[in-house]
Design a protein. Structure first.
Length: 148
């Protein structure tokens, strides 16, 4: 892994992925982290369905301005809605740097399909349940690369 890729890998791994849509008042926030167990609230959101967290912003990990990212994000939401794929807004946040990026939690979506969609969007990685752990009851969130 070259230096840039190692830096991105570290950034993805220290990011907290906050589900900011679809929570019921009184519920604990759902916060996902790489290689950490899925929080209890994931079951209430996705049940036993396979899921992924992805974005359309900053394709290729190249920063774009906020308007361009907003347009990409809204286009992704429209595409998912058109395909009948359930999705909720997520905020990817790194508290050290202050970085925040809009993302979506999508389900039901098998891992291979999620990776393919992320690749189409120019994304380098997604967060998803590790294979065999998709029900989130005992599952762990994993980082999966698209090959870009």
């Amino acid at each position: 892994m070259n230096t840039a890729d190692a830096w991105l890998d570290a950034a993805y791994r220290k990011t907290s992925y906050w589900v900011v849509e679809g929570l019921v008042e009184g519920n604990q926030p759902v916060v996902l982290r790489v290689d950490q167990p899925c929080p209890e609230g994931m079951v209430a959101l996705v049940g036993a369905a396979p899921w992924a967290v992805m974005t359309a912003c900053n394709p290729g990990s190249a920063p774009l301005d906020s308007l361009a990212n907003a347009n990409l994000f809204q286009a992704l939401r429209r595409k998912l809605d058109g395909l009948g794929i359930q999705n909720l807004a997520v905020a990817g946040m790194d508290s050290e740097s202050g970085w925040v990026e809009p993302m979506v939690l999508v389900w039901p979506m098998e891992l291979a399909r999620a990776i393919d969609l992320a690749r189409e969007l120019g994304q380098r990685a997604i967060l998803a349940a590790k294979p065999g752990d998709s029900d989130c009851l005992e599952g762990v969130a994993g980082l999966f690369y698209t090959g870009l």
